[in-house]
Design a protein around this ligand. Structure first.
Ligand SMILES: [Zn+2]
Length: 220
């Protein structure tokens, strides 16, 4: 019999700017490896819909556009990790975003014997990130996401509704998010470069090419 805690099951961390396509790539890898997917955005939506004290607390922050503190994130990660079988591979997306979160995650993973950690850094130049985020639209009616093709009469593919720019996708808001990413998340990339096996993938390519590059870099 294996002692689960000595199996050192592979763990993967996706990191990169919004718009780099890392979320899509993380999903591809989850499917390929039949891994547990720890996607912070989805996890937060799930928690904020729960009728618990903590759920209400998280919902309040999200509804007011306030970022969760590192200790909230730590609580969520601890809870989530306690539910994942030690033999199951894990893919993280959307966390860690700050140095404190990265330190905590690495410490917690090491405590459960997960030291085989690979970081997949999907890089994208700032101008390209800005361009991609500027083209994001959302259907006013069914809320489906869409990408602008610069035709002013373009409508939602699903319901024919009008496409609008999301409130948080104004040029000012995008600029602020990119500043935040550069100031708080890029230092995390440096840390993960030192403490995990890090592969850098050029995100400025078609989705399929990025997928191939990731698989190749991981030897899959
Ligand atoms: Zn629609």
């Amino acid at each position: 019999m294996y002692n689960n805690y000595n199996m050192n099951t592979s763990t993967y961390i996706f990191i990169g700017p919004q718009g780099s396509g890392k979320g899509t790539q993380a999903k591809f890898l989850v499917q390929k490896l039949d891994a547990e997917f720890v996607e912070m955005g989805g996890l937060l939506r799930e928690i904020s819909s729960q009728e618990t004290e903590f759920g209400k607390h998280v919902k309040g922050l999200i509804d007011n556009g306030i970022l969760l503190t590192d200790s909230d994130i730590e609580k969520i990660l601890t809870e989530k990790l306690s539910q994942v079988d030690a033999a199951k591979k894990i893919v993280f997306d959307g966390v860690p975003r700050r140095i404190g979160q990265a330190e905590f995650l690495l410490k917690t993973l090491s405590e459960v014997g997960r030291t085989d950690i690979t970081t997949i850094y999907v890089s994208l130049p700032r101008e390209e990130t800005f361009k991609r985020l500027s083209l994001r639209r959302v259907c006013e009616v069914c809320k489906s996401p869409a990408i602008s093709n610069s035709d002013p009469n373009q409508v939602c593919e699903k319901c024919g509704g009008k496409l609008v720019i999301r409130k948080d996708d104004t040029p000012e808001a995008i600029g602020k998010r990119l500043d935040l990413y550069e100031n708080e998340t890029l230092p995390v990339v440096d840390l993960l470069k030192k403490r995990t096996r890090l592969v850098e993938i050029d995100g400025d390519q078609p989705i399929e090419k990025v997928r191939t590059d990731i698989n190749q870099a991981l030897g899959l």
